[in-house]
Design a protein around this ligand. Structure first.
Ligand code: MN
Length: 707
């Protein structure tokens, strides 16, 4: 059985004794904490953390990662808490253990595949220290290696999660040794029959091809030696899942996939890579279009290599990868290669945060590809890919929502639905009530409590970070103000209308419509809002509406038959023609003229007599109870005599009228023509005055002017 002393021996190869001592101390602590617990296989539980630490030791991870591996299940499975670990092993180790525990708590279950990528990002976002991920991957790898004792359905669930999440994260980080093993173990757990068939087929194919492989390998090696190039040629095996995927996705038979011979040549430096490529292309003819230079343009996870395909002996296709030792380490261990290359140096940059670590890794990439010349864009891509700036949280149903860093509960509520944001009153984060301004962290589960009558608060604008929440809150607040203004406007208008013994509800809809049009607002609500906000006076609007209801304005051409009633008081929009001086009681017509509004003429007025069928004219009707004076012009032929003006004035005043103007023309010594403009109440009043005038001595013709 593998023991802590075996591990310590192995660590002696790359860690100083004091660090090895700390790893051992972590082991003994874990052994005690897990005392009495056993794995499903029956072994003491501590064999698991020890095996996880061993996986990390093979990757030459630092002592803190190894200590975290030893302690990774202590918080979750025993009574020990994070502060206790911090006291014992220091803050960095406690943080690592805490990070791994948090990842263990979230389970992928059977979420839609579409969520898998978000889930991967969430895992990365939760692990700002990349070592948390590496420890977690090693943990998962050991669990996958020891799946045997579990029920088949549970096996499949864990295998699917491993494939969708952890194998892909390993791939993203370029840790291919772990990715390949996770993939094959998952494949075997999900499809045991298929995996077994492919495994057997691979074994037999390998036997058949052994001599051909040896032949090609030694030919390649010989040609390198001939050119005095330093390089090691190795045969390369495809792993089970990649064979299966090729068969499935490219619909190729097994034989055709296995037909390809894979080799890898590892050398000292980049220059040698290109020289070896030349030698190899000289030896066998290259297949056109198959050469790929991942040294000049590395893959997103930092992978670098030259790839080419050759026509081998008897036309057998040969795939060759050429790379440096560093690139090889990178291809196998990805970001973990960083620690591999730090090994032996006393000053570990371990206290740095994960971002600094990523920077160091990226800097390493940069050094590796400095011959290639390219490119800052690539570096940015790698950084963004590794450390999402967003946070990922769960809805109560288990859906993952992506939010920007610093997002709050309110941002979350609005990202789920605008109504949820608007009606949000409280929130539970991981089942605990929390303030709405709480900044969220990846991995939390959020439950929003709403109330139908709840409304957004202005104060929310102080802490929300997403544009969606901000604009939704602003919109809701504006809407709220609008609703209140409309309500107030309605009250004010109704109060004003009550003076006229009516209300907005009693008024005809067409009246309101016309008022809206005349006042040039977009609708009734806009009109009420402007009253509520005080930009329009309620009384004036009420007055106008009542006028409209009484018909004192331009009717539409379709209702010209219905006479419009005029009261004489519409001074703003109505005037009386000076040519004919219409009086109440006269038959009148209206003429609509631009700028002057409605002009009232007597029906027999010469100016309008023959034009009344035009669209600009329409019938008018006098209101019943008009009590204002109208001007009227008379011409009187009368005997010329002394005191005539005084005599006329007295008569008019006696008849309750006023003289507005008087002019006398002497026609001859005896006869005079008097032009008299009077203010009278109407046609009846005028008739009474004329009757009195006729009673004057020596009066001739009396004519009303303006026919
Ligand atoms: Mn574990």
């Amino acid at each position: 059985m593998f023991t802590i002393d075996d591990l310590a021996d192995r660590l002696g190869g790359y860690l100083p004794p004091d660090e090895i001592q700390q790893v051992k101390r972590a082991f003994y602590y874990a052994e005690q904490a897990h005392d009495g617990q056993r794995r499903r296989s029956g072994e003491p539980y501590v064999t698991h953390p020890l095996a996880v630490a061993n996986i990390l030791a093979n990757m030459h991870m630092d002592h803190q990662s190894l200590m975290a591996a030893m302690l990774h299940d202590v918080i979750e499975d025993t009574g020990v808490d994070k502060p206790a670990l911090e006291t014992q092993f220091g803050k960095p180790v406690a943080e690592l253990v805490d990070g791994v525990s948090k990842l263990t708590q979230i389970t992928f279950e059977d979420k839609a595949v579409a969520q898998a990528e978000n889930f991967q990002k969430m895992v990365l976002a939760m692990s700002r220290d990349i070592r948390v991920i590496i420890v977690k991957l090693a943990d998962r790898l050991h669990n996958m290696r020891t799946l045997g004792a579990l029920r088949p359905d549970k096996k499949r669930r864990i295998a699917r999660e491993t494939l969708e999440i952890y194998a892909r994260i390993a791939g993203r980080l370029g840790i291919n040794t772990i990715r390949v093993e996770l993939e094959d173990l998952s494949f075997q757990a999900i499809y045991p029959m298929r995996a077994e068939r492919i495994k057997r087929a691979v074994a037999s194919a390998r036997g058949n091809r052994r001599s051909a492989m040896r032949e090609i390998q030694s030919t390649l090696q010989q040609s390198l030696d001939d050119e005095a190039l330093n390089g090691t040629v190795m045969g390369r095996q495809k792993h089970l899942l990649s064979i299966y995927r090729k068969m499935r996705d490219q619909r190729k038979p097994f034989a055709e996939i296995m037909d390809v011979f894979g080799f890898r040549i590892v050398t000292e430096d980049v220059a040698s890579c290109y020289r070896i490529l030349g030698v190899v292309h000289n030896l066998y003819k290259p297949v056109p279009g198959r050469f790929k230079d991942y040294i000049a343009i590395p893959k997103a996870n930092g992978y670098q290599s030259l790839h080419t395909t050759l026509f081998g002996p008897r036309g057998m296709p040969i795939e060759v990868q050429i790379r440096t030792r560093e690139m090889e380490a990178m291809a196998n261990n990805g970001i973990a290669a960083h620690w591999l290359y730090k090994a032996g140096q006393t000053a570990h940059p371990i206290a740095e945060g994960s971002r600094a670590r990523a920077r160091a890794w990226v800097k390493g990439l940069l050094e590796m590809q400095r011959h290639a010349g390219d490119s800052l864009e690539f570096i940015e891509h790698v950084k963004n890919d590794l450390f999402p700036d967003d946070i990922y949280v769960f809805t109560p149903k288990g859906d993952i929502m992506e939010l920007p860093q610093g997002a709050t509960v309110i941002d979350f509520a609005y990202s789920v639905h605008t109504d949820i944001g608007n009606n949000c009153i409280a929130c539970r984060i991981d089942r605990q009530l929390a303030p709405l301004s709480t900044r969220l962290e990846s991995g939390q589960t959020l439950e929003i409590i709403t109330a139908p009558a709840a409304r957004p608060n202005v104060a929310w604008l102080n802490f929300v970070t997403t544009a969606k929440a901000r604009s939704a809150i602003r919109h809701a607040l504006k809407h709220q103000q609008q609703a209140e203004a409309i309500q107030l406007g309605r009250r004010l208008l109704n109060k004003a209308l009550a003076v006229f013994d009516t209300s907005l509800e009693e008024l005809d809809a067409s009246v309101v419509k016309r008022a809206v049009k005349e006042l040039d607002v977009s609708g009734q609500d806009a009109l009420l809002e402007s009253i509520g906000l005080g930009t329009r006076v309620a009384h004036a609007v009420a007055r106008r509406m009542v006028d409209l209801a009484d018909g004192a304005t331009t009717p539409t051409p379709s209702d010209t038959r219905q006479p419009v009633v005029i009261s004489g008081s519409e001074s703003m929009v109505t005037s009386f023609a000076r040519c004919c001086h219409p009086l109440p009681g006269d038959a009148v017509v209206g003429h609509l003229s631009a700028g002057k509004g409605l002009v009232v003429h007597r029906a027999e007025c010469n100016n309008v007599a023959d034009k009344t069928d035009s669209e600009k004219f329409f019938a008018l009707k006098w209101a019943e109870d008009i009590d204002i004076d109208f001007p009227v012009a008379l011409r009187i032929e009368i005997e010329s005599r002394r005191g005539l003006v005084a005599e006329l004035a007295g008569l008019v005043t006696d008849a309750d009228a006023n003289i507005e103007r008087i002019g006398i023309e002497e026609r001859d010594a005896r006869l005079a023509t008097v032009n008299l403009t009077l203010a009278v109440k109407g046609r009846v009043h005028l008739a009474r005055i004329i009757k009195r005038l006729r009673n004057l001595p020596n009066v001739g013709r009396i004519t009303r002017l303006g026919q």
